[in-house]
Design a binder for this molecule. Structure first.
Ligand code: MN
Length: 249
C-alpha cells in the first residue's frame, strides 16, 4: 500500500482531435490516480468547454465515465477552472462526481499549507488577456453567452481560439509568464503558504522564493501536449512525475 498522497495536474487540453492524450488520461485515472487520496485538476482539462449542455458528446462521455469510476473507487477529484474551460459548471461536476474549487484555494495537506491556482490571473503583464479574462468571468456575460445555441457557441469559441493563437505568436515570451509582483502579492494575501501549485504557463519548474522571511516553493505544472505528467504531494513534499507513454498502448 502506497503512503497517503495527492496528485495535481493541469493543462491537458483534452480534445477529440488528440485521442492519444485522452487515452493516456483515462489510463492515468485507472492506475496512478486510483492510488491517490485525491486528484486536483487545476484547469484547462479541456481545450475548450462550450457549456454543460455538451455532456452527451462522445469524447466528453469518455472523460466523465473515467472520472466517475475513479471517484467511485475512493479517490476524491477536485477541479479548478482554467482559461479554456471556465464555463464548466455544476452539470459536469455532478455527472463526473467531482467537486469544483474556487481559484485560488488554500488548504492544508499532509501538514503543509498549500495554495492552488490555475495561474492565468498572475499573468498581469498581458494586459489585453486580463481585460478579456475580466469580461468572460463576468456572470452576466456568461449568461448571455450560454443563452445562445450550442453550435453557435462552438463556432464563436473556435474563432476566438484562432485569434488567440495569432495574438500569442506576436507576444513576447516574458509577457505570457507570471508576473513576480503578482505572485508575491498572492502569497502575502494567503499568509505565505509553504507550497504554491499552479499551471497555465506550460513552463514546468520549481521556483523557491524567500518572501518577508518565509520560504515558499512555487511548483509550475507541465502541460500534456506531448505526454502526461503530474505532481505528487505527500508528507515528505512534492515531486514531479512523468507518465510513460507506453502505458496507453
Ligand atoms: Mn491556461
Amino acid at each position: 500500500m502506497d503512503i497517503d498522497h495527492s496528485l495535481f495536474i493541469s493543462d491537458l487540453h483534452l480534445c477529440h482531435t488528440r485521442p492519444l492524450i485522452t487515452r493516456q488520461f483515462v489510463a492515468f485515472l485507472q492506475t496512478t490516480a486510483a492510488q491517490a487520496d485525491a486528484l486536483y485538476i487545476l484547469g484547462d482539462l479541456f481545450e475548450y468547454w462550450a457549456g454543460d449542455d455538451d455532456l452527451a458528446d462522445a469524447h466528453h462521455q469518455l472523460v466523465i465515465t473515467a472520472l466517475n469510476a475513479l471517484v467511485a473507487s475512493g479517490t476524491q477529484v477536485f477541479f479548478m477552472h482554467g482559461n479554456r474551460d471556465f464555463l464548466l459548471s455544476d452539470g459536469f461536476a455532478k455527472a463526473a462526481g467531482i467537486q469544483l474549487l474556487a481559484d485560488p484555494t488554500r488548504l492544508s495537506l499532509y501538514g503543509k499549507s498549500v495554495l492552488l491556482s490555475h495561474g492565468d490571473s498572475l499573468c498581469t503583464d498581458d494586459a489585453s488577456y486580463q481585460v478579456f479574462r475580466q469580461q468572460v468571468r463576468n456572470s452576466a456575460w456568461q449568461a448571455a453567452f450560454l443563452s445562445q445555441p450550442l453550435s453557435t457557441r462552438k463556432q464563436q469559441i473556435e474563432a476566438l481560439r484562432q485569434r488567440s493563437e495569432q495574438e500569442k505568436s506576436g507576444k513576447a515570451e516574458t509577457i505570457m509568464d507570471v508576473n513576480a509582483a503578482a505572485v508575491e502579492a498572492l502569497l502575502r494575501t494567503h499568509h505565505y503558504p509553504e507550497l504554491f501549485i499552479h499551471g497555465h504557463t506550460h513552463r514546468p519548474a520549481l521556483h523557491s522564493l524567500a518572501l518577508d522571511g518565509h520560504i515558499c516553493q512555487r511548483w509550475v505544472l507541465a502541460d500534456w501536449y506531448a505526454q502526461g505528467s503530474c505532481l505528487r504531494l505527500d508528507a515528505a513534499g512534492c515531486c514531479a512525475i512523468q507518465l510513460a507513454l507506453n502505458a496507453v498502448n
